[in-house]
Design a protein around this ligand. Structure first.
Ligand SMILES: Cc1cc2nc3c(=O)[nH]c(=O)nc-3n(C[C@H](O)[C@H](O)[C@H](O)COP(=O)(O)O)c2cc1C
Length: 145
């Protein structure tokens, strides 16, 4: 597989909303002709991070408009030095409010020198049919970015 085709979709999900988003984004990436590698963060091998040409990262808003602290945040901190110059997309589900955690996360990723794709994709609660469609389109556009 060419490095240029391989896009990691790495996510954490408490229930399943962000997981559904990750699956649909992966479908969109594949539909665009690239190859999505969908991995739950708990199964992610940190040694493989540089084998991805682009990465989509997913995490819901957790306590205090933050990334999930015990599994996702340590993973994210471990990959920060690998994000410089990399194309990165962010996504996640949230329960209320206007997605403050995503805005903070976007700023953080830009500050690390990553090339952020669009605005992070946020969905309130579980993605419905329209939300799932938005995820597929987001994946397609990220593959073409
Ligand atoms: C412990 C906990 C803390 C949460 N904190 C926030 C929060 O600060 N802001 C918010 O919008 N939603 C918050 N939520 C709601 C989740 O983001 C929402 O339920 C989301 O759909 C979960 O996604 P998931 O199904 O991928 O786990 C919280 C949920 C839990 C369980």
């Amino acid at each position: 597989m060419e490095l240029v085709d391989k896009i990691g979709v790495i996510y954490w999900s408490y229930k399943e909303s962000t997981e559904i988003m990750a699956e649909k984004i992966s479908n969109g990436i594949d539909e665009a002709g690239a190859k999505a590698i969908l991995v739950n963060v708990v199964d992610f091998d940190l040694n493989t991070i540089d084998s991805y040409y682009k990465i989509a990262l997913g995490c819901p808003a957790m306590a205090g408009e933050a990334l999930e602290k015990s599994e996702f945040e340590p993973f994210f901190q471990a990959i920060t030095k690998h994000l410089k110059g990399k194309k990165v997309a962010l996504f996640g589900s949230h329960g209320w409010g206007d997605g403050e955690w995503m805005e903070d996360w976007e700023s953080q990723v830009k500050g690390l020198g990553a090339i952020l794709f669009d605005k992070g994709l946020t969905i309130l609660g579980e993605p419905d049919k329209e939300g799932r469609h938005r995820c597929v389109e987001f994946g397609k556009a990220f593959a073409e970015f």
